[in-house]
Design a binder for this molecule. Structure first.
Ligand code: RB5
Length: 149
């Protein structure tokens, strides 16, 4: 059983149905879920929701984020503009695990038009139940925050 965590989740219109399924699954697993929206499938701009999630994760030690758009690409690019944010776009259990083990990813990005609900939930489960390996990865992860160097 994965430790209960605080999870911040957001999407754009293309990801809202998958977001609902993921949020329900997380609550069912005993996690505390903060849903930053949107609530409907009316068209919105993914950078707004990637930004909001990145800001919330940056100010919430220990929390992890999940962002979802059609491909997961745009919303992960938006989130990764923030120092200290490591958003990983994952398509399977292997990438979700390695994003935690090697990259200490603090946001999981999913593409609702790319993966089905079952694979998405497998990715979420792997992401939340895998720890960062530390060690040789510390130096590399620290270098990710050298923006402008
Ligand atoms: C919205 O149509 C789509 O562009 C968006 O969800 C995402 O895939 C962008 O990266």
């Amino acid at each position: 059983m994965t430790t209960s965590r605080r999870i911040v989740i957001a999407s754009d219109h293309a990801g809202v149905v998958l977001k609902r399924a993921v949020a329900a699954w997380l609550a069912d697993q005993g996690h505390t879920v903060e849903d930053l929206g949107p609530d409907t499938d009316q068209s919105v701009d993914y950078p707004d929701f990637g930004d909001a999630t990145a800001r919330r994760i940056a100010e919430s030690p220990g929390a992890l984020g999940i962002v979802i758009c059609g491909t997961g690409i745009g919303i992960s690019i938006a989130a990764n503009r923030y120092r200290g944010i490591r958003a990983a776009l994952c398509h399977d259990v292997t990438t979700a695990k390695l994003a935690r083990q090697h990259n200490d990813a603090n946001i999981l990005a999913l593409g609702a038009r790319v993966v089905g609900t079952g694979v998405a939930l497998d990715c979420v489960d792997a992401f939340l139940s895998t720890d960062y390996d530390g060690g040789r990865h510390d130096r590399r992860v620290a270098k990710l925050d050298r923006a402008g160097a």
